[in-house]
Every structure is written in structure tokens, then in C-alpha cells.
Design a protein around this ligand. Structure first.
Ligand code: 2AM
Length: 175
């Protein structure tokens, strides 16, 4: 199973973001479908199905020991990473608790063999993949509020019509 931890983008917000993308940005690279919008907290990669229960119990224990807080992100900037060729929408600032959660989840992934991220955590929704040149600035600045009260363990499945993400488990965040 190819797994990652993520914050979900609610369907109505995803449609709002897709509308803004169509209005404010030219087509760049490959457009990510609105149904696939999410914010990756930590990428796990391939995990044997037999190890899934262990991973979930480890997350339970982490959350019980140090509950992470629910919150809200203001998605108010865009960015471009030339190496993966990703054009993204994300917040300029975010709660330390969210960075802490991403770090802890990344640590659990590392125990199961995934590579630890070396770059700084930047929450983001990928809008376009495979961009070869930086897209121009949006004609309309983004301003989307993304409230989050839980995070999900997602499975990435390659289908005939492209990749699809399916939730495998979820954890509520405290106040
Ligand atoms: P993204 O978060 O930049 O969009 C499922 O594949 C998700 O995990 C995608 O959202 C993807 O990028 C992220 N992802 C894929 N491979 C990754 C890797 N090697 N390191 C970190 N994140 C990765």
C-alpha cells in the first residue's frame, strides 16, 4: 500500500479552489483534479498491509501522549518548486502544532522505512504537477479558509483514470 498522512480539503472548498484556479491561473503542467486536493502532512510510501495496524496503534499512542490541536489555515499564497515541478497553494503561516504533528507523523513513517523529509514543512495543496516553467502570478489573489478537525491516513491507488486517494484511517484533533 502506498500511504500518506493528510488533511482533507472539504469538497465545497475544493470546488472553490478549482474555480479560482481556472479563473486566475493559466494551465500549467498537469492539473490535479479537485477531488484529489489535500495537504500532505507526512509521506509514508510503500507499507506492507500487515504493518498497517501497528502504524495506526503508534499514531493512537502519539496522539494520546501529546494531543494535537484542531485549527484553521488561510490558503493565501502560491508557490512553485522547480525540482518536482509542482505549483501549489498554501498558507503563509500555520500553527506550530501542525508542524509538530507533521514532524511526529514523519518520524513514525521513518520507523516503517520511509525517508525523512529534509526540507522544511510547507503545508500545500498541489494545483499542477509536471510544470516545467514557473507559472505567472495569479490574476486574483487566493484567500481560502481551511478548517481542520482531523487528519487522515490515505492510500494512493493508481487506477485506469489516474491516481485516486482513499482514506484508510482518521484521527480527531482536540480543541
Ligand atoms: P504533494 O503533497 O506535494 O502533492 C501522495 O502521493 C501525496 O504524497 C502527494 O500529495 C505527494 O506530493 C506526496 N508525496 C509523494 N511522494 C512523496 C515523497 N517522496 N516525499 C514527500 N511527499 C511525497
Amino acid at each position: 500500500m502506498r500511504l500518506f498522512f493528510a488533511l482533507e480539503v472539504p469538497a465545497d472548498l475544493a470546488l472553490g479552489i478549482a474555480d479560482w484556479r481556472a479563473r486566475a491561473l493559466p494551465l500549467a503542467g498537469r492539473e490535479v483534479p479537485a477531488a484529489n486536493f489535500h495537504i500532505t502532512l507526512a509521506f509514508i510510501g510503500e507499507l506492507a498491509e500487515a504493518a498497517l495496524d501497528t502504524l495506526c496503534r503508534e499514531v493512537d499512542a502519539q496522539i494520546a501522549a501529546r494531543p494535537a490541536a484542531a485549527g484553521q489555515l488561510q490558503l493565501d499564497q502560491v508557490g512553485y518548486w522547480p525540482r518536482p515541478g509542482i505549483f501549489w497553494l498554501g498558507p503563509q503561516t500555520w500553527p506550530d502544532t501542525l508542524g509538530g504533528l507533521a514532524h511526529k507523523l514523519g518520524g513514525l513513517g521513518a520507523r516503517h522505512g520511509s525517508e525523512r523529509r529534509r526540507d522544511r514543512f510547507q503545508p500545500h495543496v498541489t494545483l499542477f504537477r509536471h510544470c516545467t516553467t514557473p507559472p505567472p502570478a495569479p490574476t486574483e489573489l487566493p484567500q481560502f479558509a481551511l478548517p481542520y478537525r482531523e487528519f487522515l491516513l490515505m492510500e494512493s491507488r493508481q487506477g485506469r483514470h489516474g491516481v485516486r486517494y482513499a482514506p484508510v484511517a482518521g484521527w480527531s484533533l482536540g480543541d
